[in-house]
Design a protein around this ligand. Sequence first.
Ligand code: GLV
Ligand code: MG
Length: 319
Amino acid sequence: MTESLRPRRSCLAVPGSNPRFLEKAKSLPADQVFLDIEDAVAPLAKPDARKNIVAALNEGGWGNKIRAVRVNDLTTSWTYRDVIEVVEGAGQNLDCIMLPKVQSAAQVEWLDMLLTQIEKTMGFEVGKIGIEAQIENAQGLIAIDAIAKASPRIETLIFGPADFMASINMKTLVVGEQPAGYDVGDAYHHILMSILMAARANNKQAIDGPYLQIRDLDGYRRVAGRSAALGFDGKWVLHPGQVDIANEVYAPSQEDYDHAELILDAYDYYTSEAGGKKGSAMLGDEMIDEASRKMALVISAKGRAAGLTRTSVFTPPEA
Ligand code: GLV
Ligand code: MG
């Protein structure tokens, strides 16, 4: 569980080349925005995108949103300039750099060192800017544990389904949907679980990637529901219509949140002197013990982070 990290139920992609989208993004209720200089921006538009992004970050108006910038990956010639220009220009108004197509711990270490140099040069607090690592190919997935451990700046591991499907030659063009002919399970299960395991083992957030059929909101809800059920913390949103769905799907339901708070209170009571110092006890028809408390803590933390308030209280049974 990643209690210390801020919620990232909805992570809104905003192309840095479009000042109108940058402005609009400020008003949307996404937990995070990431301003893109990578695949949503054409090569010839990248220099202007850097400038638009610096201006938009420094203008402010982002509320409580986590502000990330996605730079180009390290196989290109753009990455160092992306990082230097954006962090020198707007490092104090920036929470994270997102590194796409990460293939090794060394790539994260490079970014960590460059950030440290820029922070020292500019007089910013050293180590404050986080790193988000996109896992988008077989090399990245195989190295994922080392990537998660490569820097204390790492906050999230993000599934990049479009690039991932391309990199492993998966036979489909519809991101998130199952490849035709594979009718025995979820073709993404191994990838999602590997990202989730590395995230949980290293206390990072696990974030699901984009769903490209932006008009198909039912499809978005269905695909988001799968990674949310596994335990992912959030998902990308490419369009304003997807934001509310992500905020809902990655937060617990009111009913589950209330139930989790009841379990915590009840277990607290039953393990106490007054409750009989019991290690396991009945809550209605349900037996609860220390493992129930741990599960309830996860739901409770996600609910509190999403701003839910409880609608029921635990009353100890009559003695
Ligand atoms: C996101 O970057 C993806 O490739 O899916
Ligand atoms: Mg990608």
